[in-house]
Write a protein that binds this ligand. Structure first.
Ligand code: ZN
Length: 189
């Protein structure tokens, strides 16, 4: 479906050659990758890696950690595609799926299953997208620390707002979602 944004697409005179593809520029993503929150050492450095820091801050009022395991933990994505968008991360700062030990692989899988049950029970999700972006070229925002996405889906959740308004509609604050999911998790969903 082709819908022109208000004002039409920006044209860059003289840059590149027409190839028949429309582009959707998303500079807001650059604010996330390069913006103020970017640590001095960059995301490649464990000292500045948000997925290394997150479990240390579990339990703090603005923590988004939902559950912690022995080898991996579950945290809400700060930049969700949908409400309840979770990430399962190993504690170790490793980039590639093949870097995981057998124990880590099993726990990432098991936490993913529990996360699906918890989100389904809490929100009635109709389906899920699961996956890992391996490397920056594949779309990983923080490529240096492996993370498995769990994105709940509902029928009709892709509407005109992201297409026309470039706005994601997220009806619940992250801290409220975290509290809801963490409570369900402890109840043993
Ligand atoms: Zn890390």
């Amino acid at each position: 479906m082709a819908v022109d944004p208000p004002g039409g697409y920006a044209e860059q005179d003289g840059l590149g050659a027409a190839d028949g593809f429309a582009r959707l520029w998303t500079p807001h993503r650059m604010a996330y990758i390069k913006g103020d929150e970017r640590p001095a050492g960059g995301y490649d450095q464990p000292a500045g890696c948000p997925f290394c820091l997150a479990p240390q801050r579990a339990g703090e009022p603005d923590s988004l950690v939902v559950a912690t395991g022995k080898h991996a933990f579950v945290v809400l994505n700060r930049y969700p595609y949908n409400p309840g968008h979770l990430l399962v991360c190993p504690y170790r700062h490793v980039a590639d799926y093949t870097d995981l030990s057998v124990e880590e692989t099993l726990e990432v899988a098991s936490l993913t299953q529990t996360a699906m049950r918890v989100v389904r029970a809490a929100s009635g999700a109709h389906g899920f997208n699961l996956g890992m972006n391996q490397g920056g070229v594949a779309g990983a925002g923080i490529a240096a620390h492996l993370h498995q996405h769990i994105v709940p889906r509902w029928g009709g959740d892709t509407n005109f707002m992201p297409v026309v308004g470039r706005t994601k509609v997220l009806p619940q604050l992250l801290t409220d979602t975290r509290a809801l999911l963490a409570e369900r998790w402890q109840d043993g969903e």
